[in-house]
Design a protein around this ligand. Sequence first.
Ligand code: ZN
Length: 318
Amino acid sequence: MRLAEQVTFGGGGLDRAAALRMDAAALAGLRAAPQARALPLWQGKPLVGPDGLGWIAPDHPVLGATGGETVFLGLAGGAARLAVDLSDWVPAEMPDTLGAFLDPSEQRHPGLPETHAFTELRRVMTGLTPLDAELAATARAVLGWHATHRFCARCGAQSRVVQAGWQRACPACGGTHFPRTDPVVIMLITHGNSVLLGRGPGWPEGMFSLLAGFVEPGETVEAAVRREVAEEAGIAVAEVGYLASQPWPFPASLMIGCHGRATTREITLDPVELEAARWVSREELLASLAGEREDILPARKGAIAHHILRLWLADRLD
Ligand SMILES: [Zn+2]
C-alpha cells in the first residue's frame, strides 16, 4: 500500500462481498452465525465502547425493536458485519450539539451495555483500527443516505430498500437508486518552498487548511482543482497530479487529494468562500505542527489535509 493510502478511512481491506447482497438465504445464514456482529448507529453516531466500535450480536433485542434500516457491510474474517439505524430511539435528553462539527455529547441506550455510548465518529476516528474505521465510515454514509432518500427522485413514491441496503427500488415507476458519493477535490498547491493554505468563515481562530471544493458535473478532477484555486485565491495552477483519496462520510463526500503547481503567487481572495489565504513555508508549517504558531493552527489529525501536509513536509508524496 502506498504511504498516501494510510490516511484515516483510507481502507481497512473490508471484503464487501457484493455478490451476497442478492442472496437472501446466504445472508440469513451469515447473520445467524455466532461470529456475526452488528453496529448500531443513532443519528449518524456509531456505538462506541472502551475498546473501539460497540459491535453487538445481530439478534440483540434492541435491534429487533427498531424500524430503522439494516445494511450488510460485508465480511470480516468470513463473518458478517451489519449496520443498523437506531435513529428512531428517543434519548431522555436530546443534545443541542447534534450535527455540529465536533458534537461532544454521548448517548447511552438503556438496553445496551453501560460502557457503550453513541459517539460522534470524528471524535474517535483516529483511534479505530483501519478495518473498523472503514466499516464505521461505510455504515454512516449508507445509513445517512437512506435517511434522506426515502422517496423516489423520479416520481415521488416511497421507495424500498433492496440489495441488503445498497440500493432503493421504486415500486411505482421501477426506478432504482444507488447510495451517493460526492467527489470533492482537496489540493496541495505549492510554489517553491511554500504551500497555499486558506481558512473558511467561522473556522476556529487561526486554523488553516488546504483549499477544497466539490467537483461539478461535466468537470474533470484536474479542472476542478484549477477552477477552485482560481476562484477562491486567484492563483493559476499548471500540472495537477493525484495523491490519495479519503471517504469522508459527513455526510457523503469522497475527498480526492491532489498536488498542483502554482504559476502565480499573488493572492486575490474570494471573501464568500474564504476568510483568509496565505502562502506558508515548510519551516512555518513545521513550527505550526509543533504547536509553536498561534497564527497558523494546522488541519485536524485524521483529515486528509493533515495527512497530505505531513507527507509534503517529509518529502514523501509517494
Ligand atoms: Zn418512482
